[in-house]
Design a protein around this ligand. Structure first.
Ligand code: HEC
Ligand code: HEC
Length: 399
């Protein structure tokens, strides 16, 4: 597409234009599929859950238009351990391109650990509370909130497994304040952000990069707001390119083989698109599907995760309890039986009531292979995996 001039009015129009074309094409396709589908299984899917092509650019909030300078600065900050009060952990400790911008672990280790990904271990016994939620991928995170036919407002984009926070700019400071993720006992929670800003300010190379990116004088430009804006602009640049599935929707019928095309039908017949629909294969809503949280708040409803790029983002579910995609499918097959117990007049004392949408769940082990083949078509092999060779603090970068 012709989206070149970054951060301009043209850019925004261009984005909307791309979305409209994509919407139109996938509308035609979805109407065709929906006709067959709804008849086949009687699964009714709301229009915002139509499967659609992913737009090529994530939308920016009004007060933080993207630019190449912000993205480049954000990448450095993201990989620089100077952004943690302990100077040991960077955002990339848990969101690394080697692990699909997640960490390849069931649950992460931040402060007090050594190594990367599944090999990361605590260096010594400590008093840190274990982190209980699986690290989500940041690939396509700029699309959080996107469903078919409507552009999301990036300021309200849901963040976290329980959607307790909104907007990438707001989210960026949360890990710095968290004792277990990045802060440790390096400083008090209320001082964490200020301390990091002061340290970044003290590095001349950062002052220059901030000044160029935000067009303000060297001595005023390193602020918490600009720090979050640069990191968020970088995160929005992590967009997956066309997958075989997107190419298929755009008219290249050879992009999916017969097994994958059957898998797409199974996916829709099984009722998956009720929650995993739209361009990101998620409604971004909270549902209880039987995965219980054993943490203090005992939460049951979790945000539907995207099904794009699953090849690189296991283990799965909010607690990383499912190791492989086959495990997830076995889980759903058993869930279909549990639904009869709790939603169709069974013994609700056994389990809190599951999401009513699960009534339409209809999955057989015979279809697992086709479903896996279809989910595989949602992977993009060419996404940005660039790790900076060095960062301005001179601290080591996790390669
Ligand atoms: C110790 C590991 C760890 C570190 C370090 C870390 N994160 Fe995360 N990140 C997580 C986990 C775990 C979650 C999910 C938490 C939840 O849902 O409660 C998460 C969630 C997120 C999300 C929300 C994604 C979504 O779709 O909901 C964003 C954005 C994010 N992190 C960005 C960052 C940034 C930016 C940094 C650095 C400033 C960072 N993270 C540092 C582990 C980490
Ligand atoms: C009622 C809504 C709903 C339906 C229907 C549904 N899912 Fe999910 N799905 C979810 C939620 C919510 C989660 C996250 C649960 C958790 O983390 O505890 C999830 C998690 C997943 C995951 C794990 C992804 C990850 O990154 O952790 C996969 C894979 C998945 N679903 C596939 C499917 C398939 C295939 C179907 C159809 C057979 C399906 N889902 C039907 C809501 C739904």
């Amino acid at each position: 597409m012709i989206c070149i001039a970054a951060g301009t009015f043209h850019d925004r129009i261009c984005f909307q234009f791309t979305v409209r074309i994509a919407t139109f094409i996938s509308l035609l396709f979805a109407a065709f599929l929906a006709g067959r589908k709804a008849l086949a299984a009687g699964v009714r899917v709301p229009s915002e859950m139509r499967v659609e092509v992913l737009p090529q650019r994530a939308p920016d909030p009004k007060n933080n238009p993207t630019s190449p300078g912000k993205v480049a600065l954000g990448r450095l900050l993201f990989f620089d351990p100077i952004v943690s009060p302990t100077k040991e952990v960077s955002c990339a400790t848990c969101h690394h391109p080697r692990f699909g911008w997640g960490d390849g672990r069931a649950t992460p280790i931040g402060v007090g650990g050594s190594g990367l990904g599944p090999e990361r271990k605590f260096l010594a016994v400590n008093s840190l509370a274990p982190l209980t939620r699986n690290t989500p991928t940041l690939l396509n995170v700029g699309f959080n909130g996107l469903v078919a036919g409507a552009l999301p407002n990036p300021e309200y984009a849901p963040m976290f497994w329980d959607a307790r926070m909104h907007g990438l700019e707001n989210q960026a400071l949360a890990p710095l304040r968290s004792r277990e993720e990045m802060r440790g006992d390096g400083c008090a929670e209320v001082d964490a952000v200020e301390q990091v800003v002061r340290r970044v300010q003290a590095i001349a190379e950062y002052r220059e990069l901030f000044s160029k990116a935000f067009g303000q004088p060297l001595n005023e430009v390193v602020t918490a707001e600009h720090l979050t804006q640069a990191i968020a602009a970088f995160e929005r640049s992590l967009v997956s390119e066309g997958t075989p599935f997107d190419r298929f929707l755009l008219g290249d019928k050879s992009a999916l083989n017969t097994e994958q095309q059957r898998g797409l039908r199974v996916f829709q017949d099984a009722g998956c698109t009720q929650c995993h629909g739209g361009p990101m294969f998620t409604d971004y809503k909270l549902h209880f599907i039987g995965t219980l949280d054993d943490t203090a708040d005992g939460r049951r409803e979790f945000r539907t995760p995207t099904l794009r790029n699953l090849r690189d983002t296991g283990p799965y579910m909010h607690n990383g309890s499912q190791r492989t995609l086959r495990d997830v499918l076995i889980f759903y097959e058993a869930l279909a039986d549990a639904v009869a117990e709790t939603l169709d007049g069974g013994d609700t004392a056994k389990q809190p009531p599951l999401d009513p949408l699960l009534k339409a769940l209809n999955l057989n082990a015979d279809d697992f292979a086709a479903l896996e083949a279809f989910l595989d078509s949602l992977n993009d092999d060419r996404y940005d995996r660039t790790v900076p060779g060095r960062v301005p603090s001179g601290l080591p970068v996790a390669q």
